[in-house]
Design a protein around this ligand. Structure first.
Ligand code: ATP
Ligand code: MG
Ligand code: MG
Length: 301
């Protein structure tokens, strides 16, 4: 097959591994920078161009679209979908997963366990909002944050109010969330492909820190999942419409709670922690599932 990887940087671990895994299985792999793709959108035959040339037809496309280029990146991916290329993850599903609130709403509608989460626009609604999620201690998150930046644990009500006031003053949308203390500064990353969790790791925050992000000094180790955790991760990916997803779960005293669902999960941490060939399994999934014009949405919506 001819497979495109939409990635800004061919030297990234995940991109390199996907190229390697694809070539090992005899495929023709092309890394395309989504920001260097431009589109001809018309009523007869839309096309994608790069450096003055029309791109050839690809059998499949693997989107590795960073959060900062979601808007243009998903438009390029949608163009691939419209001309019949099989997308590993669809543009609509990626857009959904990039909006933390929308994701939580979609998951809650289907009864997936979540930390109780509140969202408000106006400062005068903050006192009731804090009450609603169970009061301090609680977690405050910037909607746009990544890698743990913009995630704050407020131990007291006063601390919570002043942090929220500061964020609202800066016009940065935030959500407040019940603090899952019993998770003990750890979360579980489940790597879902199709309807299976094919690898999982536990990330433990360094001491004195509640955020388990590896970028914040957390460490990864192997973990054995319960049946409920596996089922939750697979269900969450399915609801989001993602074939491949990194589902982050907190272990609470009332079962697994989904924190977020990532549409371009990094491969480095999970392949190192589990010694699994995640990239190879992604290529195998494409081999089994890729068909021209096979999408749920054909770029609609
Ligand atoms: N409600 C919560 N209760 C306990 N711990 C939490 C809670 N929310 C977040 N954490 C901890 O903080 C870390 C960072 O939070 P989160 O994953 O929501 O933000 P982020 O990592 O910045 O976002 P992204 O993963 O999109 O980059 C989590 O990995 C988890 O360890
Ligand atoms: Mg996270
Ligand atoms: Mg994330």
């Amino acid at each position: 097959m001819r497979i495109a990887i939409l990635s800004r940087n061919p030297r990234l671990y995940s991109t390199k591994r996907l190229v390697e895994a694809g070539e090992e299985k005899g495929h023709e792999m092309h890394v395309l920078d989504p920001l260097r793709c431009y589109m001809n959108i018309n009523a007869r035959e839309s096309s994608i161009h790069r450096k003055g040339e029309t791109l050839p037809k690809f059998d499949a496309v693997i989107p590795r679209i960073g959060a900062s280029i979601t808007f243009f990146g998903t438009a390029v991916l949608r163009q691939f979908e419209m001309i019949g290329t099989y997308p590993l993850n669809e543009s609509v599903a990626i857009s959904r997963s990039r909006d933390k609130l929308r994701s939580l709403q979609l998951l809650s509608r289907r009864g997936v366990g979540l930390p109780v989460t509140g969202f408000a626009s106006q400062p005068q609604d903050v006192p009731d909002l804090l009450e609603m999620v169970g009061g301090a201690p609680l977690v405050i998150k910037l909607l746009e944050g990544t890698q743990g930046i913009g995630v704050v644990l407020a131990e007291t009500r006063q601390a919570a109010e002043s942090v929220i006031e500061a964020f609202m003053g800066l016009k940065s949308p935030i959500m407040v969330q019940e603090y899952i203390k019993e998770a003990g500064g750890a979360d579980i990353r489940c790597l879902v492909i199709g309807d299976k969790v094919i690898a999982a790791m536990k990330r433990q925050a360094k001491s004195g820190e509640f955020r388990s992000n590896l970028h914040r000094g957390g460490s990864a180790s192997l973990v054995k999942l319960t049946a409920a955790e596996r089922a939750t991760a697979v269900k969450a990916a399915k609801i989001m419409g993602l074939n491949v997803a990194g589902v982050d779960i907190l272990r609470s005293n009332h079962g697994p709670l989904v924190m977020e669902v990532n549409s371009s999960p990094g491969l480095e941490g999970i392949e190192a922690a589990t010694e699994k060939d995640v990239a190879g399994q992604i290529i195998s999934f494409i081999e089994k599932n890729a068909k021209a014009h096979k999408t749920r949405t054909k770029g609609k919506g």
